[in-house]
Design a protein. Structure first.
Ligand SMILES: NC(=O)c1ccc[n+]([C@@H]2O[C@H](COP(=O)([O-])OP(=O)(O)OC[C@H]3O[C@@H](n4cnc5c(N)ncnc54)[C@H](OP(=O)(O)O)[C@@H]3O)[C@@H](O)[C@H]2O)c1
Length: 178
């Protein structure tokens, strides 16, 4: 089974961003994000694309989702069209990572089989913030929650859809990449 995952860093209140940026900076989280997503496909919404300076993340296939279109990057107008296109090349089994932001996580949530969540210690008021969808314990089986070795302020945890939890291949997915 191909990984179709969401990777996100959030507060304990599920805040992932505000003012079209991420209101914290942990270099070890960036390093880990790079390690996990390298050589795979990263899919993001147009706001997130703009928030990273409209520049592709190196050594990954970058895809932006926008109804109105975006130049200079592979772009599709819907999540379905994006996945149809990715699934055309059956020989490519590299992971597909949805990397945000809030609208895209919410719209694609039912398609994910894996969630890779880093919890940051920050306390951000979530009045005007962008949040990650709720992770229900009914639908998701939680892997171990582990402090990131390189920065123990960060906590890493993976979740697998409960219907997949007994597949042997997914056990490896649950061990957070450190
Ligand atoms: N903490 C983290 O891990 C993390 C990761 C990524 C982003 N973020 C943060 O999240 C925030 C951005 O999130 P956001 O929710 O504002 O925006 P977003 O999801 O990045 O992008 C929203 C845009 O994507 C397009 N879009 C969304 N859903 C679509 C759909 N179903 N079909 C077609 N197009 C769709 C639309 O573009 P058009 O308007 O062009 O049609 C929409 O305006 C920022 O603060 C960013 O820093 C945090």
């Amino acid at each position: 089974m191909r990984i179709v995952g969401a990777i996100a860093a959030m507060t304990s209140e599920r805040v992932i961003g505000s003012d079209n940026s991420i209101p914290w900076h942990y270099s070890e989280d960036f390093k880990r994000f790079k390690r996990v997503t390298l050589n795979g496909t990263v899919i993001m919404g147009r706001n997130t694309w703009e928030s990273i300076g409209s520049k592709a993340l190196p050594k990954r296939r970058n895809i932006v989702i926008s109804r109105r279109g975006v130049n200079d990057v592979e772009c599709y107008s819907s999540i379905d069209t994006t996945l149809e296109c990715l699934n055309k090349s059956a020989e490519d089994t590299s992971p597909i990572w949805f990397i945000g932001g809030g609208q895209i996580y919410a719209a694609a949530f039912e398609l994910f089989n894996l969630l890779d969540i880093t919890t940051v210690p920050d306390n951000i008021p979530n009045t005007s913030a962008v949040v990650f969808p709720e992770i229900s314990t009914e639908d998701w089986h939680a892997g171990p929650s582990q402090p990131l070795a390189a920065d123990p302020r960060l906590d890493c945890q993976r979740f697998i859809r409960t219907e997949h939890q007994h597949l042997s291949e997914v056990q490896a997915w649950l061990r957070s990449d450190q």
